[in-house]
Design a protein around this ligand. Structure first.
Ligand code: ATP
Ligand code: MG
Length: 256
């Protein structure tokens, strides 16, 4: 019997976006399947964060549609998307700096989708999430005193506290040491084991290539190719986009 095709979690269909007349996304289509870790790669300015901003309701597309489990969510505001089950950890962590790690997660538990924990159960739930991201031993630390990897862990715990089905992670490996990147890869894979679908992006390739089941490569607002990581990085257009050897039409400027 042929293996069952997994259900579509997120479908991006022919999305385009321009800023001040300059096209930064051109007819982008991709699918994230339920239960997978999909990686999005592309050099600086390829349009990765803009696509994430469109999916999470921070930016409206000029054209195209976003479906989440078959429902058209195009243009929904972030709060509504959060309640529908889409969460995001930001490139720059945005915790409440004066609050402890535990307090930060408690606040997100309050805003999430579905039934809230009874107030007396919330601290236990928050602790379980801190445990899941490897931050349990720092629950009482004020978040501004956490180092970068721990701030990213906290950012993910806060996103998880909203009880998402789909989690988008933007550049969680940026600025991390090789050991911390390895820990981040393990964390992403652990999250999937807990039933999440993940869509991750990282302009340094390491985290995305190591953690993802499948990779989509973009350059200059367009999808170049997709497939298993080892095939995608060998694709000539992907290699040249990263190395800056692609002859850009009318200029030949370096990408990096
Ligand atoms: N709000 C905005 N107004 C104008 N231009 C924007 C805006 N947001 C993004 N851009 C431009 O769109 C292009 C794509 O940016 P985006 O941040 O999506 O790229 P990226 O692939 O995430 O890059 P990086 O790897 O550096 O994070 C860039 O040229 C950027 O300057
Ligand atoms: Mg970006």
């Amino acid at each position: 019997m042929a293996p069952e095709t997994p259900a579509c979690c997120l479908e991006v269909k022919r999305v385009s976006k321009s800023f001040q007349g300059r096209r930064v996304l051109a007819d982008v289509s991709l699918t994230v399947f339920d239960g997978e870790i999909l990686g999005l790669i592309g050099p600086n300015g390829a349009g990765k964060t803009t696509l994430f901003n469109i999916i999470t309701g921070l930016v409206r597309p000029d054209a195209g549609t976003i479906l989440f489990h078959g429902e058209d969510i195009t243009g929904w505001p972030p709060q509504r998307l959060c309640h529908a089950g889409i969460a995001r950890a930001f490139q720059i962590p945005q915790p409440f700096p004066e609050m402890t790690a535990l307090e930060n997660v408690l606040i997100s538990l309050w805003f999430g989708k579905g039934p809230r924990a009874a107030p007396q159960d919330a601290p236990q739930q928050a602790r379980e999430l801190l445990e899941l991201v490897g931050l349990a031993h720092k629950e009482a630390v004020v978040s501004r005193d956490l180092n970068l990897i721990d701030q990213r862990r906290l950012e993910i715990a806060r996103a998880l506290a909203t009880r998402p089905h789909l989690l988008l992670l933007d550049e969680i490996a940026a600025g991390l040491s090789p050991a911390a990147v390895k820990a981040a890869v393990e964390l992403v894979q652990r999250l999937r084991q807990h039933g999440l679908t993940l869509f991750i992006t990282d302009h340094y390739l390491n985290l995305t290539l190591l953690a993802s089941d499948r990779v989509v490569a973009m350059d200059q607002g367009q999808i170049i190719t997709s497939g298993p990581a080892r095939e995608v990085i060998r694709h000539p257009e992907v290699a040249s986009a990263y190395l800056g050897t692609r002859e850009a039409a009318g200029g030949g400027e370096a990408v990096l």
